[in-house]
Design a protein around this ligand. Structure first.
Ligand SMILES: [Zn+2]
Ligand SMILES: [Zn+2]
Length: 363
């Protein structure tokens, strides 16, 4: 069945994706050159994230030696309650649209806006301008996990924060504006769209089966074995059955743990290990610093137990065939549904067969 066009269901978002494996066999036009890796110095005097350098507004970074956290100078969300926002027609008397008499107006449900507040932070992984997570030592990668965990725990103490989104945007192709390896945390008073979908589906699944959806899914994946990339005692990385991006991966905790602060120290170290093993494979795939967007999905901060929620991370990398050929989400994807050519099984096999030593150290 997987050789012909079919659609697959994502039980986390309850959405479908179209898989067209026969298209991966179509002839590829044009040779693709390997791109030379850009040279990055270990310190860049013009980088606003390097130690000691000046950021926007004349603030100077400290001479930090480990991870470094600061509030985003251009935050998308601001703390505190904002007064009510309501869409209003500006200016002159409104025009009367056709089919309406002047004394009727559209219901307010068509123009909804609500105040939203939150806190946005930036987390530098290390003082080194040139070292990404797969190039750090395991101890340094664990320090990054620890920083994300501690920042999440601090934000969870604030009752006005409902959701904490930890994410890493890596590479210019993902819109990352600074090559200094860093990540972000956006926290806010409402649950954003993607985690809200996953909360609803995991809740419904748990109500029906009394088991967390992702632990059942993980168990099934181990029986099948064809999409698993790497595992350790506490985490498994796999290409999900419903992957949209060519080399998308999902990292799943092995037990019912709903957030980063609920992890034990050995689990944090195991998470750092899996993070590095996934990203080393990514870099080795086309022998470049592989771009992606990564984010953790953790349960909402609402004071409730979340027995349905399993902490997990999504990696969404855009590259398809080489360092320069990426997948675009256009046309049918924008108007219809996501679509992919190579199957998740093929992608998993390619990633699994790659060495776990970073290509820059293997030479
Ligand atoms: Zn820098
Ligand atoms: Zn998720």
């Amino acid at each position: 069945m997987y050789d012909s066009p079919h659609r697959r269901y994502n039980p986390l978002t309850r959405e479908w994706i179209l898989v067209s494996p026969h298209r991966a066999k179509r002839p590829w036009q044009g040779q693709v050159e390997k791109t030379a890796p850009p040279y990055l110095p270990d310190y860049d005097p013009t980088c606003y994230l390097c130690p000691g350098n000046e950021r926007a507004g004349g603030i100077n970074n400290p001479q930090y030696t480990g991870t470094f956290v600061f509030e985003n100078d251009f935050a998308a969300l601001l703390p505190g309650k904002v007064s009510g926002v309501r869409y209003q027609v500006q200016g002159e008397e409104p025009l009367t649209p056709p089919h309406m008499t002047p004394d009727t107006s559209p219901p307010d449900t068509l123009f909804r806006a609500e105040p939203e507040s939150g806190v946005c932070k930036v987390i530098c992984f290390s003082p080194r301008h040139d070292l990404t997570i797969p190039q750090l030592s395991l101890d340094e990668a664990e320090a990054v996990i620890d920083t994300w965990t501690n920042e999440t725990a601090e934000l969870f103490k604030r009752p006005e924060i409902a959701h904490v989104q930890v994410f890493e945007n890596k590479g210019a192709v993902m819109g990352c504006s600074n090559p200094h390896p860093h990540s972000q945390i956006w926290s806010q008073s409402q649950i954003p769209t993607e985690p809200a979908k996953e909360l609803a589906s995991q809740r419904d699944y748990y109500a029906e089966y009394r088991r967390p959806l992702l632990l059942d899914y993980l168990e099934e994946e181990y029986k099948r074995g064809e999409r698993i990339l790497a595992s350790n005692e506490h985490f498994t990385a796999l290409v999900p059955f419903w992957a949209v991006w060519p080399f998308e991966t999902l990292v799943i905790a092995h037990r019912q743990v709903a957030s980063l602060p609920a992890l034990s120290q050995p689990e944090r170290r195991a998470l750092a290990d899996i993070y590095q093993r996934v990203t080393v494979r990514y870099d080795n795939l086309f022998e470049i610093s592989f771009p992606y967007s990564m984010g953790f999905h953790q349960a909402p901060n609402d004071g409730a137990d979340h027995p349905e929620w399993i902490l997990h991370a999504h990696f969404y990398p855009p590259l398809l065939r080489s360092a320069t050929v990426r997948k675009f989400m256009v046309g049918y994807e924008m108007l219809g549904m996501p679509q992919r050519d190579i199957t998740p099984e093929t992608a998993a096999q390619r990633l699994r067969e790659l060495p776990e030593v970073h290509y820059s150290n293997a030479r």
